[in-house]
Structure formats: C-alpha cells, structure tokens
Design a protein around this ligand. Structure first.
Ligand code: SAM
Length: 477
C-alpha cells in the first residue's frame, strides 16, 4: 500500500556497446493482437511475454511495477491472461527486478559482444528468462523454450532466436557460478545507491539493507482494535509497535476480517508517523499527501476531523474505497499541497512523495528506476510542502513529516533546513516510553529512523521493516 514515484534509468549490460534504444510502447504494440493469439496457443508463453514487457515498461519506460498490474495500466500487458498466468507474470517480473543487478552481470558475461542494436525487447526476454533460470522453481527447459518462442514471435527479435537459445543454455551451464556471485551480494543494488547507504549507515548496515531487499517482504496489517485477537485469527504475531505481522500466505482479500473492514495492509514502519501525530477526537487534521489512505485511516480511526488531500484524483478514488471498506470517514480534497489554502489545522501529516528507497523489498523496481537527480528534485518538492504545512498549522499545533526514503536529504537534512527557516517551530522528540516506539528506531535528535535490516529473522515472513524517516514539529503558541 505504499507508493513510489518512478523515473527511468535505462542501463546497459556491461560489454554492450550501446543500449538498444526503443520506446516500449512504439516497439511492442503493432503486432500485439497477432502475437497474443499465437502466444495463447502455448501454455505459459503469454505470461513470459507479459513479464518481459512489464520489465521493459519499468526499466525503460519508468512505470511503477505495481502500476503495471493495475486494471488501469497503460499499456495493459495482462489483458486476456487467466489469474494463474497473471500470478506467474508477477512472480517472474518481481524476481527479475529484485535480482536485476546480478542478472545483468550474468548476461553481460554471456553476451561478449553485447546485444544487437534494434533488437526490440530481446534484452527483457533474456532478463525474464534468466530470472526464472536463476531464481524461480520453473522448469529449465520451459523457461528456455518459451523465451525462444517469444523471441521468434516478434519480427525485430525473430532473427536472434538461436542466440537466445545459446545464451540461456550457457547460463544454465554456469548457473552455480552465477548463484555464487548472487550470494556475494555484489550486484544487488546500483552502485550509486549502495554507496549512499554506506555513507549514511556504514558498511555493515548497508550490506544488511541490501541483503534484506533480496527477500520477500512480510505482510503487515493495522487493525482497528484488538491486535492480539487478530494475530490469532490471521496466524500472525503482534509486533512491538502494535501492527500485526501475518504469516499466512493466503491472498489478502481472502483473509478473515478483510471484507468486514477490520484491518488494512500497512507496513509496520508506515504505521508509525500517524501514531506520532497522536490525533485527538474532533481535532482538525490535514493529511497532506493522503492517497491511498493508510495513514488517513489511522487518523480517522482516532476520530479526528480529517481532510485527506492529494494531487491525484485517481488515487483518491482508491482512498475513498479503502475508507468505505473500513467504515471510516474523511473529507477528501483534490489539490496541490504546495498551494493548498484552508483554515489552520491542529495537526498536519506530511507524508511527502519521495524516492521510496526504504521500500525496495515491496517495490524492487525502485532501485533500478531512480536517478541521483530525483532525490534533489523530490527534496525541493518536500521543502515546499513543509513550508505550506507551516503556514497551515495553528499556533501550538503540530506537524509530522515523514518519507519512506533512506536518503538524508529527504529526512534528517530536510528537517534541519526547515527548523533553520522556521524559528517558530521546534522538534518534539520521539520517545520510546511516550510514543511506544522501539528505542533503536529513534535518532539522537529525537526523530524516527527505521532501516529495512531491523528486526532480522530467519523466517522471511517475519523479517525486516520498511525504511522510514519521521520528525515531529510543534509551532510555538
Ligand atoms: C507517500 S504517498 C502517500 C501515502 C499515504 N499517505 C498513505 O499512507 O497511504 C505520496 C502521495 O503524495 C501525492 N502527491 C504528490 N505530489 C503532490 C502534491 N504536489 N500535492 C498533493 N499530493 C501530492 C501522491 O499522489 C501520493 O499519493
């Protein structure tokens, strides 16, 4: 339920002379209908084609992986696929993006001369097939055969079917070698991000963050009441912060209590900022970047008078439907937070758009679609939102600012700059005792900082937490 912005960072394999530049939409659409009909005749082929197309949409086109699986996705790569094929497409695309670094390394080793130019989606067919051969339990011969068939179906890639066959068979022969490279973690994050995390958190934590990003995320939910009871019903545990971590792998909508609106999906770290705002009944509260509404639900549950503002009308529809399922109320407003005007509020939550580098377990596309410049641009937007929030806060009122980013520019540095510019505000430090937040999550300045490597556990269903930053600020009376 967390969301990320996405911009493309098209990268090439080592050893490739030039990326095969091609617009995803222009290149893939024309033969679509005929190819779909052909592909539908071979079990599993449509899912492989869809997975390769989605990986291309993400890596080349800058789409968010989640978005590609939404019914509103444009282009929609899933039309006509049955639910089993959609699930297979999702697992191939997800693992291929999670492991993109080492897959690119392996393909770079195998493609000594690089990829041919003008080769359509060849690169992404290879990535999807390598993802299956290295990291999924799919039958090897099916992964190779279907990649070759997918290659033959598209005029641009057709001539390279023999090459695809050869490369994937060589990959299979050298699989143990590439799995050892994968285990070293060397290629698991783009170098510029790994370097940033080493600088911010030290070598050991940076390694642990990246290692956590190679694992499936747990399912955390926020419950309306009686966490212990719901932990029992959902085969879960109550976390020290009050969220329930669900061990069951049943589809979310099929779990007990979902349809009755008793809980909503929300990472344990994402549940903390609204808690820090501590909204009281009837207080006027602005949720400045509200959709899809995980934090709005918390504020509404506290019986505050919540205004849920977001720039995206589409995402606010999702918020409205989430609140309706939960039988919770908020006033909804579509608008740009940086220019929003209203009577001052008692409390404001600024859950600002950010690079989302703390959520790469849930969004394995994030590390491969962000660029260094994005962080600067997002930090500038966040500063504007904070400035507007300051104008909209009553004397004595409070702001909680948060991002799901690991980057200090979007967290600690943002708040330091805000406090320099706004001497009428001061920090209200987070404390373990009063806020019910584990002491290891609290920085020396009294902000919240969670790292994905916290709460390690052998069982992936119980391990880790999203990377979040939150600061609580109070305006002088
Ligand atoms: C991190 S998400 C919010 C998640 C949400 N608070 C939750 O807990 O479910 C950031 C949101 O900011 C919205 N957004 C981006 N730019 C905005 C702007 N200028 N004004 C208002 N909302 C904006 C996005 O549409 C997105 O829904």
């Amino acid at each position: 339920m967390l969301e990320t912005g996405c911009l493309s960072d098209s990268r090439s394999f080592p050893g490739r002379s030039k990326p095969a530049r091609q617009s995803t939409r222009q290149g893939f659409v024309p033969a679509e209908a005929a190819r779909e009909a052909e592909a539908a005749k071979v079990p599993g082929l449509s899912a492989r084609i869809a997975a390769a197309a989605i990986i291309a949409d993400v890596v080349q086109g800058g789409h968010r992986l989640d978005e590609c699986f939404s019914p509103q996705a444009v282009p929609n790569r899933l039309s006509g696929l049955d639910p089993r094929d959609v699930a297979l497409t999702r697992s191939i695309a997800t693992v291929s993006l999670r492991r993109l670094g080492v897959i690119r390394h392996a393909l770079g080793e195998l493609l000594e001369k690089g990829l041919p130019r003008q080769a359509g989606r060849l690169e992404y067919t290879l990535i999807a097939a390598a993802g299956q051969l290295l990291f999924l339990d799919a039958a090897d011969h099916a992964a190779i055969d279907l990649a070759v068939r997918a290659t033959k179906l598209e005029p641009k890639t057709g001539p390279y079917a023999g090459m695809v066959n050869g490369v994937l068979r060589n990959l299979l022969r050298r699989r143990d070698e590439f799995l050892e490279v994968a285990a070293s973690g060397e290629y698991d994050a783009p170098p510029w991000l790994a370097q940033r995390w080493r600088k911010s958190y030290g070598e050991e934590a940076a390694r642990a963050i990246v290692a956590m990003y190679m694992r499936e995320p747990p399912l955390d939910v926020s419950v309306k009441s009686d966490a212990g009871d719901w932990a029992g019903k959902l085969d879960g545990v109550v976390l020290p912060t009050g969220s329930v971590r669900v061990k069951s792998r049943t589809a979310v909508a099929e779990l007990p209590g979902y349809r009755d609106g008793e809980w909503w999906v929300q990472d344990a770290a994402a549940a903390l900022p609204a808690r820090l705002l501590a909204a009281k009944p009837d207080e006027r509260v602005l949720d400045m970047c509200a959709a899809p509404g995980g934090k709005t639900a918390q504020l509404a549950l506290a019986r505050a008078q919540v205004t849920a503002l977001d720039r995206s009308a589409e995402r606010l529809k999702l918020l409205a439907s989430n609140l309706s399922r939960l039988d919770l109320r908020a006033a909804v407003a579509v608008g740009d937070a940086t220019g929003y005007q209203a009577q001052p509020f008692d409390a404001i939550l600024v859950d600002a758009p950010c690079s989302a580098t703390g959520t790469a377990r849930r969004h394995p596309d994030v590390p491969w679609t962000k660029k260094p410049g994005d962080i600067e641009a997002l930090a500038a937007l966040q500063a504007k939102m904070l400035a507007r929030a300051a104008l909209l806060t009553k004397a004595g009122g409070r702001i909680v600012y948060c991002t799901c980013s690991l980057e200090p520019e979007e967290g600690e540095q943002q708040i330091a700059a805000f406090l320099r510019r706004n001497p009428d505000f001061c920090r209200a430090p987070v404390t373990a005792a009063a806020d019910g937040v584990p002491a290891e999550f609290i920085t020396r300045d009294g902000d919240l900082r969670t790292l994905p490597c916290y709460w390690p556990n052998e069982d992936a269903r119980l391990a880790g937490i999203d990377g979040f930053f939150a600061a609580r600020l109070v305006r002088g009376a």
